[in-house]
Design a binder for this molecule. Sequence first.
Ligand code: COI
Length: 357
Amino acid sequence: MGNQEIKVTHTTSKKTKPNPDTLEFGKIFTDHMFIMDYSQENGWHSPRIIPYQPITLDPAAIVFHYGQTVFEGLKAYKTKEGHARLFRPNKNMERLNRSNRRLCIPEIDEEFALQAIEKLVSLEKEWIPTAPGTSLYIRPFIISTEPYLGVAPSKKYQFIIILSPVGAYYKEGINPVRIAVEQTFVRAVNGGTGEAKTAGNYASSLKAQEVVSEKGYAQVLWLDGLEKKYIEEVGSMNMFFKVDGEVITPSLNGSILEGVTRNSVIALLKHWGIPVTEKKISMDEIYEAHQNGVLEEAFGTGTAAVISPVGELAWNGEPLTINDGEIGNIAKKLYDTLTGIQYGTEKDVFNWVIEVS
Ligand code: COI
C-alpha cells in the first residue's frame, strides 16, 4: 500500500461554503472524499480522491447486518496565516489499527492513511473554517462490503475519508453541560469492544441518551458494565475530575476509549506540575467528594467535544452541581492551551502539530 499513487478526480461543481458563524457539528460535507478498496487478492488498493458522492453497496453487505466497521475522528485547523494543521493524527491512525484488529478488519498502512488525509485536507483547504471554535472534522472509516449473511469477517472492505466543517459539538459550546449518570444501561464490559471505535458502541448508547435528553441532559456518564459502580466515559468524551486539588481520570481498563485529547490533557497537566492520577474511580467517591465540598471540577475531553466542563451530574435522582455550574480554572486553561496549540497561537511544546502543505 505504502507507495501507491492517490488518483485525484476533481469535482466539476463546487458547493457553496457554509456561514462559519452558524456551523453545527457534522451536517455539512466538503467537495471531495477519499476512498480505497480491499480484497483478499489485492490487499488495500486503488486509493483515489473523488467528488463527494453516495456509495453503492450490496444490501447483503456485512456492515449492514453485523456492524463490522470502525471509524476515527480528528480535526484540521487553520492558523491566522492560513496554514492548515493536524493535531496528533498518527495517534488516530494507531487507534484505527487497534480497532481494526479487534473487529477482524485488515490493518491499514498508517503512514499511507496519513498521507491520504493530508492530500484530501490539502485539496479541501479552503473548507477549513476560521471562526473561533470551528475546524474541519475528519472522519476516516472502514466498512465491510462483502455480500454475505453468515457471521464471519468480510473478505472485502472500503476505507473512506470524509470531511465536515464543524462548530461546537454541544449546543452549550464551552459552557458547562448537564450529564446524567446512567444506572440502567451499560456501554461496555471487560473483553467487549468498548475500547474500539466501532459503530455498535454508539448504536447501543442511543437508548440511554434518548431517555435522559427528555430531562435536558446532554449525555450520559457510563458506569462499568459489571457492578455499575465505577466511572467509565461519556461515549463522546473521556472524563476528568478535580478533587481536593488532584486531577483524576479513569484508567484505561479495556472498556473505555483511549482518547487522544485525554492523553494530551494528561501530558499538559504533568507539564504544568498539576497532580494527575489515572485510577479506578467509583461514583460513590465522586458523590462523597461533592458532599464534602472538594469536588472542584468535572470536565470531559474529546476531539469533537474538545474540553467540555460538566456543571451538573445527576445521580440517584439527585443533581450534583459542580463549581456553581461554571467552567473551572483547569478546564479553562486546558481549553485555551489545547486550542491555542491547535490553532497555532500557543507554543507546541510537545510537537503535536503537523502542518499540511
Ligand atoms: C470524536 O470526538 O471525534 C468522536 O469520535 C466522538 C464522536 C462520537 C462525535
